[in-house]
Design a protein around this ligand. Structure first.
Ligand SMILES: [Zn+2]
Ligand SMILES: [Zn+2]
Length: 224
């Protein structure tokens, strides 16, 4: 049996079989989280690996008649959901070839790829980590400025942060002018930490582009 190990890029997370933890899909492959199965909520994925399908059969679902096949974990055989082989109604054709995995049958695993590397680093580094979960976020050496302000008080500008994810980008009027920014969250616990400057419209502020502000009250300094 050939089990595929999914490779994640950056801040992706993956879904694996709840029983044996075989990789199944990634968060970026989710089309919709608002499907229903007999076991509760279910997700529609565009692409799933390490599954096998049962026999195809016509099945009447809430949204119409489909040709479906049950989907099983190819390692442990656990039933995970179903695959839409064919949709008979035109409006449902987008589901063809796609796979439903039931929420209770899968586990989301967020991979903090840089965490271990950092923890194994030589000691003596001054680090900043998430105040809520302790995930390492940046190093003291990566501070560009300590004199930034947020609505919650003092904030630091970092040239490089890790283990974070960003929200939607939006233009925001800040004290120093208009910037395209995205809020920044801890990739581990999800708490809001600050924002990232995606783009500065004023020439004098261009140095901030790609850099991240973390609010002082959201980070904890640690010595490693
Ligand atoms: Zn399994
Ligand atoms: Zn956290």
């Amino acid at each position: 049996m050939n089990i595929i190990q999914l490779k994640l890029m950056g801040e992706q997370s993956l879904y694996s079989c709840f029983k044996c933890r075989t990789h199944l899909s990634r968060n970026v492959d989710i089309i919709s989280k608002s499907f229903q199965s007999n076991n509760g909520r279910a997700f529609l994925f565009s692409h799933v690996v390490n599954i096998k399908t049962g026999p195809q059969e016509d099945r009447q679902l809430i949204t119409g008649l489909y040709l479906v096949a049950d989907v099983f974990c190819s390692y442990c055989g656990q039933k995970l959901g179903w695959k839409y082989e064919k949709a008979y109604e035109e409006s449902q054709k987008y589901k063809e070839g796609k796979v439903i995995l039931e929420d209770i049958k899968i586990v989301e695993e967020i991979w903090i790829t840089t965490k271990l590397k950092l923890m194994g680093d030589k000691t003596g580094h001054r680090m900043y980590s998430c105040f809520q979960c302790g995930t390492p976020l940046s190093r003291h050496d990566d501070i560009v400025s300590k004199s930034f302000q947020s609505t919650k008080g003092r904030a630091f500008l970092f040239s490089h942060v890790m283990n974070t994810k960003t929200g939607a980008r939006e233009d925001r009027q800040l004290i120093t002018g208009l910037h395209l920014v995205a809020d920044v969250y801890c990739a581990d616990c999800g708490v809001s930490l600050g924002w990232k400057y995606e783009k500065a419209y004023e020439e004098s502020q261009k140095y901030k582009e790609g850099k991240v502000v973390l609010e002082k009250i959201k980070i904890v300094e640690e010595k490693w």
